[in-house]
Design a protein around this ligand. Structure first.
Ligand SMILES: [Zn+2]
Length: 119
């Protein structure tokens, strides 16, 4: 984690998905005060998960900007058993329940994942 003064009009905390884990987000946000902004940088899969963690810890959409550097890997949320798992394909089999899923375009803010619908 690092801060970049001058990048934004407001002070900004940058979360680099290469070095920050989901469990690090809560303690990082607890140190911030009103007016701070959050920038999350990295591959789409990790950025969405970190963004979901930030929202869960009280950050607002307007306080978060993201920079995605790779869109290949995604996390899928199985609509049947609610299992979260990584994938890079559009049609997958859920490792939780074994159901064949089609990866929809819908992204859940809460889970930081694409919806996997029964195929
Ligand atoms: Zn499932």
């Amino acid at each position: 984690m690092r801060t970049v003064p001058g990048v934004d009009p407001a002070p900004c905390l940058v979360l680099d998905a290469a070095t920050v884990r989901v469990d690090d987000v809560g303690p990082a946000l607890a140190r911030l005060t009103t007016g701070w902004r959050l920038r999350i940088v990295g591959p789409q899969r990790e950025v969405l998960l970190l963004r979901a963690a930030a929202l869960a810890h009280g950050a607002l959409d307007a306080e978060i900007t993201v920079e995605v550097v790779d869109r290949d890997a995604r996390t899928v949320f199985c609509a049947h058993c609610h299992h979260l798992f990584p994938t890079s394909g559009g049609s997958v089999r859920c490792p939780g329940c074994g159901l064949a899923l089609r990866v929809a375009d819908h992204v859940s803010r809460r889970h930081g994942a694409y919806l996997g619908e029964p195929a």
